[in-house]
Design a protein around this ligand. Structure first.
Ligand SMILES: Nc1nc2c(c(=O)[nH]1)N[C@H]1C(S)=C(S)[C@@H](COP(=O)(O)O)O[C@H]1N2
Ligand SMILES: [Mo]
Length: 541
């Protein structure tokens, strides 16, 4: 080991000192840093190899995605809530960044270990690779081939690490050679060349893996080729007065690209409609499975429904309204004939997510619960559940809106739980009556005089009856309500206010069609939805 002697040529030995030689005159850096660099580059190249293999196996079989997904599913509820409250919908990016930092540190450590205490660096890499392989093979929808990316990746990483460390070895072994044979600069250059080539190779392999990642492109092509059938039952036309046209307010129908997205998936599941089927099973007399073509051949219906996330804070934007095309869940259930004693339908996604929905909600004759295939006139966008998802008016998404849905299991709340229930969220999730101020935004530059206040209010499946606005300690004033197609969507509101200079607090509250007033007491999203009146501070100049 040369690490104990970090110095360069020994200046106390004038006989061997030749300034013209290639002997490095400055003290050499310690080999620890170079070993760490070798570890990082070899590991990065191994990960690139794993991505390339995953491109052929399945995008979700990549060690990064599989381990990240296992972390998402495995972290305790409180930690996850903390992450979401700190980072919001960036929580996944933060997770990936954290994994990146941990991998970097581990890779550097493996490099140093392998140099100082071989074969422990290789053992460390190998152990991590095997764990990743086991985790990947155990992911929802996985098969044994999902272990391949991690295994081949780690074999590549170990081979490259030992190759790079051989260069470090030669370079730092020179202390033992006769002075005239020392060629530090050349050996250093060799090591750096090898390292650079490996790093560049990793980038190329990663790029190739992206290009050949056929799964995603095949599904995109399949989606683009789909011509959705005409609905047997069309939705009522959106009345002109549903959109009050206030600039900055949420439009009545949310365009797909602007629709909020919430799910546990680190990569969007790519489900080919040709491989997709939906099975109705569990406590039923006649379980059955339908294919994509079977589903499209059924009489489909169109309904506007406003989806909302239980994690939405008061005033938050995890809510959107769309026109859904699909087949009533109630009809599928009727065909399967649920047995007595069943009270829940556990819907399952290809990625293992599940939602527990009350059976009787799905069976209600006047509630348009759909297995949806279309969103605002096009096939579901992949991130919103292509090829099929559930849409249930009146329930938060986490207990109803399963995307990439492939199974409806009729069961009992006493026997099964949806994904979020053991993580600290309520088993039942009816959407709470709520309202929001969209304009003006706090911080807007507002001159005194006429100021338009506007926003949305929602009480899915009951409907909004009244929205009131209060400025400071004034009286509650009824806002104008926009038209709506029915009780399952949100409703816009607006109010013109004669604003006076100064700081003002503006609050909004809604009343539903049953006469219930929105709850004033503030509550956080967990465990079953936030409450409180949305209040904003405006400065009028
Ligand atoms: N497969 C799957 N479906 C899912 C989820 C998920 O994590 N995985 N999240 C649910 C939650 S919490 C919500 S709020 C809605 C959001 O649907 P969107 O992303 O289309 O807006 O999807 C639901 N369906
Ligand atoms: Mo949600």
């Amino acid at each position: 080991m040369s690490s104990a002697s970090p110095a360069g040529p020994d200046p106390s030995d004038p006989a061997g000192w030749d300034p013209e030689s290639v002997v490095s005159p400055e003290p050499r850096p310690r080999d620890g840093w170079w070993s760490a660099l070798a570890g990082v580059v070899a590991t990065a190249a191994g990960l690139a190899v794993a991505e390339l293999v995953a491109a052929f196996v399945d995008p979700s079989s990549s060690p990064v995605v599989a381990v990240g997904g296992a972390v998402v599913d495995g972290v305790p509820g409180w930690l996850k809530d903390l992450a979401v409250s700190w980072f919001g919908t960036a929580d996944k990016a933060v997770l990936l960044a954290t994994m990146g930092v941990v991998s970097l540190a581990g890779a550097a450590l493996a490099g140093v270990l392998e140099r100082r205490r071989p074969p422990w660096g290789a053992v460390l890499l190998g152990a991590v690779g095997v764990v990743a392989a086991v985790v990947a093979a155990g992911r929802p929808g996985a098969n044994i081939a999902w272990a391949l990316p991690s295994l081949l990746g780690v074999v590549a990483a170990i081979a490259l690490l030992s190759a790079l460390l051989r260069r470090v070895e030669t370079w730092f072994a020179e202390d033992e050679r006769p002075r005239a044979d020392r060629r530090y600069a050349i050996d250093r250059r060799r090591f750096l060349q090898w390292t650079g080539v490996t790093a560049a190779g990793a980038v190329v392999v990663l790029g190739v893996s992206r290009v050949v990642s056929a799964g995603g492109r095949a599904v995109t092509a399949a989606r683009e080729a789909i011509r959705l059938p005409r609905p047997a039952t069309t939705a009522p036309a959106v009345p002109a007065g549903a959109d009050l046209g206030v600039e900055g307010a949420a439009p009545y129908v949310t365009p797909n690209p602007e629709f909020y997205r919430i799910d546990t998936a680190l990569v969007v599941p790519q489900v080919d409609p040709d491989d997709w089927s939906l099975t109705v099973t569990g406590l039923v007399d006649e379980p059955f499975t339908i294919t994509w073509d079977d589903l499209l051949a059924l009489p489909l219906e169109e309904h506007h429904v406003t989806l909302a996330c239980v994690s939405n804070e008061v005033g938050g934007d995890l809510i959107g309204n769309a026109l859904w095309l699909g087949y009533p869940v109630r009809e599928l259930l009727a065909r399967a004939k649920p047995q007595g004693g069943a009270d829940m339908v556990l819907s399952r996604s290809t990625d293992g997510f599940t939602a527990g929905t009350p059976l009787e909600v799905l069976q209600e004759a006047d509630r348009d619960c759909l297995v949806a295939v279309g969103m605002n006139g096009e096939p579901l966008p992949t991130e919103h559940g292509f090829p099929a998802r559930l849409v249930v008016p009146g329930l938060y998404g986490y207990v109803s809106a399963t995307k990439w849905v492939t199974e409806l299991k009729v069961t009992r709340f006493a026997d099964e739980q949806g994904y979020w229930t053991p993580r600290g969220w309520s088993a039942l999730g009816p959407i709470k009556l709520s309202s929001r101020i969209d304009v003006p935004r706090p911080g807007d530059d507002l001159p005194a005089g006429a100021v338009t206040l506007a926003g949305v209010a929602w009480a899915q499946h009951t409907g909004i009856e009244r929205v009131e606005v209060r400025v400071d300690d004034g009286d509650w004033v009824a806002a104008d309500l926009a038209d709506t197609v029915g009780p399952d969507t949100w409703r816009q509101w607006r109010l013109d206010w004669d604003a006076t200079p100064g700081d003002h607090l503006v609050a909004v509250r809604a009343t539903d069609a049953d006469g219930n007033l929105q709850v004033e007491a503030e509550a956080p999203p967990a465990p079953d939805g936030a409450t409180g009146w949305h209040t904003i501070e405006l400065t009028i100049t």
